[in-house]
Design a protein around this ligand. Sequence first.
Ligand SMILES: [Zn+2]
Length: 70
Amino acid sequence: MSKRYNVLKQSDMSRFSKDLENAIYSTIKDGINNSTYEIECPDCHKSFKAAVAKNICPNCGATVNLDVKF
Ligand SMILES: [Zn+2]
């Protein structure tokens, strides 16, 4: 689905930038949700790959919450 904008029209221009903003925002959000991060366990200080939300340290079994805010 493609959208057409008339950037010379003020209303279209603001619609365009709003859509662009939303597109970037959801891309970032998807990227965060699908990514894993190398984090350090606060208990045993070993690093492991963690996804967003709750993770269990593979080394000591501690629960580590990974919360990405933006
Ligand atoms: Zn640990």
